[in-house]
Design a protein. Structure first.
Length: 529
């Protein structure tokens, strides 16, 4: 019997979790053959921002970012996980593996706020009455009224010296000039975790880094299903045509090894494209050298979006997100500890008996540095007695308190010296530095999705009148959802697939804590503690 989808080709542009999730749903829920699905990515390694790796020549690991999870709030991600078998525990799927791990390994950051080696009292939020009322009334504001407003436009200056702000912004990477609209979405989405914002006890983590725990298993499953992976392929433009007042994507323009190729598509084919990239144009430094940012080489992830946005106002405004690097960049750094020197010193702030994910936020650091540590192996093939720490600085253009340079200008060793100064470990400085490798990473667009915007600056997953295409990832609009999460990318994939293949399956609903009286009561009680 002939399948109605026989002959239908689907092209997925972008190698991140959004495209991988779309491929899984296309096969499992839409009934497509893997051989009829092609993923294009501009580099050889798929995974997008979840691309942790080991750098042999430096003898250390590097991660451009890490992700935290929570089962209630990340239900789209857990739906995807339930569909992919674990590589480390083949008798389980990824969701089962994740839940079992987090039953045994609880998160609790006992010293989130640290100043010059001293843990501070962190339970009290230290909000004034005006800002407490502002937090309550923000729930009542319509999103349209918040377009282009910044967080600092709404709260008093004292808000940004409160424990609440230190604890909120360091877990979610918000800065005062970021979007009030996105802040509101986050506060609503994670209101159930408000009572434990000082300890992060609601946070759950993958057994290993997100590449090993999510991307790698998904890639292996998709390869076995016959999906085509076209790495080192730059998709540079789309050609559209009007068809009875609707829009048909007719051509995909690619560059492969410097040569232009054109793929013609029909109304029967589909093209799902990830827009923009939070990790585009990243650069990596070393213990001896700072990362070098090449401003003149714009990533194809952004130039593709700019090219198609010029063709329709329904395709969003990429320049709103890509041309404010001074407000969207940070420096992250990954520490590969070769022995227990630093991990043992950090037990002053992180109780290793109860925590598999400790967060330390150095609130008096002019770079506003934060550090997390994984006492358990964070990579599948991690050497014994090796420990991984990861950190970031939200204000990388400020001069350090100890190292009198901008964070963007610092090598891994200089970042370590600044970090050691703020942790109060100076007497062990030489021993610590000799025991590890610190690899810094400059990421110019990492918080660009938080920049103040209009609702229409991000296009709909399926734009009005789109006959055979959709947009995926962090820079399309998923109403009420929160960007900078794996869940956002997965839900965009579900939205695209279920639009073009309607059936019994529906997009995983967003959890709304405000619908539960117990959550509201506990949150209000927390606000006034």
């Amino acid at each position: 019997m002939k399948n109605e989808n026989d002959g239908k080709k689907v092209y997925l542009v972008g190698g991140g979790i959004a495209s991988l999730a779309a491929a899984v749903y296309l096969i499992q829920d839409a009934g497509l053959k893997g051989a009829d699905i092609t993923l294009f990515h501009d580099s050889e390694k798929f995974g997008g921002s979840l691309d942790a790796k080991y750098i042999e020549e430096q003898g250390g690991y590097v991660m451009r970012g890490i992700r935290m999870f929570e089962e209630k709030s990340f239900n789209a991600t857990f739906d995807l996980m339930s569909r992919i078998p674990s590589l480390t525990s083949p008798e389980k799927n990824l969701r089962e593996d994740f839940l079992d791990y987090n039953k045994e390994n609880k998160t609790c950051s006992k010293s989130r706020l640290v100043s010059r080696g001293k843990a501070l009292e962190q339970k009290a939020l230290r909000l004034n009455l005006r800002d407490k009322l502002s937090l309550v009334t923000i729930f009542l504001r319509r999103e349209k009224s918040l377009e282009y407003l910044k967080i600092e436009d709404y709260f008093s200056p004292a808000f940004f010296q409160s424990n609440f702000w230190y604890e909120f912004c360091t877990v979610f990477a918000f800065e005062p000039w970021h979007s009030l609209m996105e802040f509101r979405r986050y506060f609503i989405r994670f209101v159930q975790d408000f009572p434990v914002i000082d300890t992060l006890e609601g946070v759950e983590v993958t057994p290993y880094n997100q590449y090993d725990s999510l991307i790698w298993p998904a890639l292996e499953w998709l390869k076995k299903a016959g999906v085509n992976f076209a790495g080192n392929t730059k998709v540079v433009d789309f050609k559209f045509e009007d068809k009875d007042g609707k829009t048909l994507l007719k051509e995909i323009h690619c560059e492969v090894a410097g040569n232009l190729a054109v793929i013609k598509t029909t109304e029967n084919d589909l093209v799902f494209s990830t827009l923009g990239s939070m990790v585009a144009n990243s650069s990596i430094g070393s213990m001896q050298a700072a990362p070098v940012y090449q401003a003149d080489k714009k990533s194809v992830a952004w130039s593709l979006w700019e090219n198609i946005a010029n063709k329709s106002q329904d395709f969003g405004s990429p320049k709103n997100f890509s041309e404010q690097i001074d407000k969207s960049k940070w420096i992250s750094f990954t520490l590969t500890c070769k022995d227990r020197t630093l991990p043992d010193l950090l037990t002053k702030f992180i109780d290793r008996k109860v925590s598999n994910f400790g967060g330390v936020n150095l609130i008096n650091s002019s770079w506003f540095m934060s550090l997390v540590i994984n006492y358990r192996p964070y990579f599948v093939n991690q050497a014994k007695d090796t420990y991984i720490c990861w950190g970031f600085g939200l204000f990388p253009d400020k001069i350090g308190n100890h190292i009198k340079k901008k964070m963007t200008e610092c090598s891994g060793e200089e970042i370590m010296k600044e970090l050691i100064f703020h942790l109060g470990f100076e007497k062990d400085e030489e021993k610590i530095i000799n025991s590890l490798v610190c690899i810094p990473c400059f990421t110019p667009y990492v918080t660009s999705q938080f920049l103040p915007r209009a609702i229409t600056d991000r296009p709909a997953v399926v734009p009005k009148g789109a006959l055979n295409f959709a947009f995926l990832g962090q820079f399309c609009e998923v109403p009420q959802d929160v960007v900078f999460t794996v869940d956002y990318s997965v839900r965009s994939a579900q939205t695209a697939v279920y639009h073009f293949f309607p059936g019994n399956k529906k997009v995983t609903p967003i959890y709304h804590g405000l619908y539960h009286l117990r959550v509201v009561y506990k949150s209000l009680k927390t606000l006034f503690r």
